[in-house]
Ligand binder design. Structure first.
Ligand code: DGL
Length: 274
């Protein structure tokens, strides 16, 4: 029987999924989260579906050893390329980030023109467009891969002139076609919110799928009767944990800038063993 007080597993290719972690913390403050960031193998966005699926399976195998009660695939690329496969393979409640993001954007657009920025793999999969068209066929969806955003974020260059310059080049095409809604279809991108707003202007709604994903997670845990009975996360034995496949120290410093939590322990594991 699943333990209600077991943690929720959240994973991403690197630091980006911490934006989903942060939102889950906000909406489900009593839940314990174990996070895995695949920092040794990031980026996923330029890799094949087979590779991303293999990586995702290894991560799910690892998270299962921590007895998680549910898994959030907090990586758009893994959601697009591996979700179907891992959902069928494992008997554990799972949610991903693309469907919630598509739904939030379809609800937000007024002029039926949505832009999606994401990794090359996510754009190539056309998954946002398919989900949005399923919700409303009248909406036009234009995708733009922004491959340099992930390394810029991983390097912490969030508001750097280089990032602003690159963002201007990537987003120019979307400005020209007059979108009113832009999906930040990669978990790293909400960290560039300020820069992207500066380029797109205040009239374009930026959709961060994390908000809708956390809401959906709450519904899922409620439906399955899996919400924790704990009233608070107060001691070290019952706190969030971070795991990475590369340097724990570097990751912890970055994580502390995103997540305001006093007790973040970070550990490196060898993900290839799982
Ligand atoms: N953060 C991941 C995503 O949401 C991808 C970044 C990468 O590894 O390329 O798609």
């Amino acid at each position: 029987m699943t333990d209600n007080n077991a943690p929720i597993g959240v994973f991403d290719s690197g630091v980006g999924g911490l934006t989903v972690f942060r939102e889950i913390m906000r909406q489900l403050p009593n839940e314990r989260i174990v996070y895995f960031g695949d920092t040794a193998r990031v980026p996923y966005g330029s890799k094949s579906p087979e590779t991303v699926t293999r990586y995702s399976e290894q991560i799910v195998n690892f998270l299962k050893t921590l007895n998680v009660k549910a898994i959030v695939v907090a990586c758009n690329t893994a959601s697009a390329l591996a979700m179907e496969e891992i959902e069928n393979k494992y008997d554990i409640p799972m949610i991903e980030v693309v469907k919630p993001g598509a739904k939030a954007a379809a609800e937000a657009t007024q002029n039926n023109r949505i832009g999606v920025i994401a990794t090359e793999a996510t754009i190539k999969s056309n998954i946002y467009c398919r989900y949005i068209k399923n919700l409303n066929n009248e909406i036009s969806v234009t995708g733009k891969a922004c491959p340099l955003f992930v390394p810029l974020v991983e390097e912490g260059l969030l508001n750097d002139p280089v990032t602003i310059d690159i963002a201007g080049r990537y987003l120019n095409d979307l400005i020209k076609i007059d979108i009113d809604t832009l999906i930040l279809g990669c978990t790293h991108y909400p960290l560039l919110h300020e820069t992207i707003t500066r380029i797109m202007g205040g009239k374009v709604a930026l959709i961060n799928p994390a908000y809708e994903t956390a809401r959906k997670l709450k519904d899922l845990l409620t439906d399955l009767n899996l919400l924790t009975e704990n009233k608070t996360l107060k001691d070290a034995s019952h706190s969030h944990r971070l795991y990475v496949s590369d340097s724990a120290e570097k990751f912890k410093i970055f994580a502390n800038t995103i997540i305001n939590y006093r007790n973040l322990t970070t550990k490196t594991i060898n993900i290839e063993e799982y």
